[in-house]
Design a protein around this ligand. Sequence first.
Ligand SMILES: O=P(O)(O)OC[C@H]1O[C@H](OP(=O)(O)OP(=O)(O)O)[C@H](O)[C@@H]1O
Ligand SMILES: NC(=O)CC[C@H](N)C(=O)O
Ligand SMILES: [Mg+2]
Length: 475
Amino acid sequence: MHEKCGVVGISTADRDVARPLYYSLYALQHRGQESAGIVTHDGFQQYEHVEMGLVGDAFDEGDLDSLNGSNGIGHVRYPTSGSVNNCCAQPFSVSFKSGSLGLAHNGNLINTDEIREELAALGHAFTSDGDTEVIAHDLARNLLEEDLVRAVKRTMSRIHGSYSLTITHDETVLGVRDPQGNRPLCIGELDDGYVLASESAAIDTLDGELVRDVRPGELVVLHDDGSGFDTYQLVETEQTAHCFFEHVYFARPDSVIDDELVYEVRRDLGGALWEESGIETDVVMPVPDSGRAFASGYADAAPEGVDFAEGLMKNRYVGRTFIMPTQDERERAVRLKLNPIKSTVEGKTVTVIDDSIVRGTTSSQLVELLYEAGAEEVHVRIGAPPIVAPCYMGIDMASREELIAADKSVDEIREEIKADSLSYLSIGAIADALGTSDSNLCLGCVTGEYPYDIEGEQTDREVERPAVGHSSADD
Ligand SMILES: O=P(O)(O)OC[C@H]1O[C@H](OP(=O)(O)OP(=O)(O)O)[C@H](O)[C@@H]1O
Ligand SMILES: NC(=O)CC[C@H](N)C(=O)O
Ligand SMILES: [Mg+2]
């Protein structure tokens, strides 16, 4: 359903980075399945291989062998801006007078058109209709006049929205996180170098150690020889807008994001769900995979006699359901993907736990399946608040018309999915589990108020829109 992209960047002493990049993209595959790409640099030349499809299909041995150099970046894409084809697949490469750039982006800009028009008027030719290429061109232009750090700062002052970037400027690999820290990015240490990645699970895959999260508004420049990194706080941040949905659904449970292990946050949210709306049934079962940690936290908080059971089996070869274009296909996909284990359900009262309801396809199909398998009662508990509004920050979430909670009360939704009861988690529980306050999170999809200035939408804070026409690195 709602995916986002994954980015990675690696600098090693003298080892070819193509394979470590490839493995880390594998670790981030859940973040995007439309295309995969790697750009490397060997000190003389930039190499790239970008293809549609899954990481395992996009590269063969020959492709990896041809990506020379000990510095490089990689990307897995789920599109949010621009076409779903080769033109928008990433990393983007730009060659310009003083060098070459490769750029990989997770996030979504909301002033793409303004910047594209301005750069086009200055003679920049774009090959895609997406937001990422605009960042690459803007940076390339600034690099003609300024050093790397000032050029990045100037681009950051012009682009508005969410972005975690990994960039190659010739041999140098850098990472940038937007001033609100909307999307994750972290730094890891390898035996012979450093890595930047959307999620720490990618660092684990390389047997590396998580050093820390990149700070909102920070630029990290890895040393070309893998010996360390320099950091520059280019924009000071008073208030963050971390995406809470990373913790609820997107990220892998084994990743640490903004100092919190995703698995523990989800278990805490499950415990809070019990506190807020627990109901004693014979069994509690997760909707695999993303409902698992919630259900284990919920069942642990429940009194004895409420047993945790794996009552639903998932066919691991069926991808995420909500990228399917038609409702008919989405319903078929749920049936292909999930099957109840009759003996754990028959004659029992059941609580089924999922992380979120978007269109309602999964929950309504599941309730029906569980009744067919002989459940006596089916109660649904959801580890997030109702999703009432779209996401503009890099997640492909349905439009308002498709969101079941956009214009329905919880009771109306319960009726539609035909459950005996339905409860969502409160917004307050999310901030508590993350050890922060609502005002440091992006809660746009559950409140309809965004920490950004989005045309036609409400904002939940004072926002400054950067001037596109006249901005300077010293602003
Ligand atoms: O209300 P809906 O429109 O059905 O969307 C909500 C469902 O989508 C997600 O699962 P998804 O199938 O995308 O992937 P998962 O197997 O990783 O949980 C999410 O975990 C919910 O189960
Ligand atoms: N999901 C994402 O982060 C997408 C990145 C970028 N906006 C694109 O569409 O390619
Ligand atoms: Mg799911």
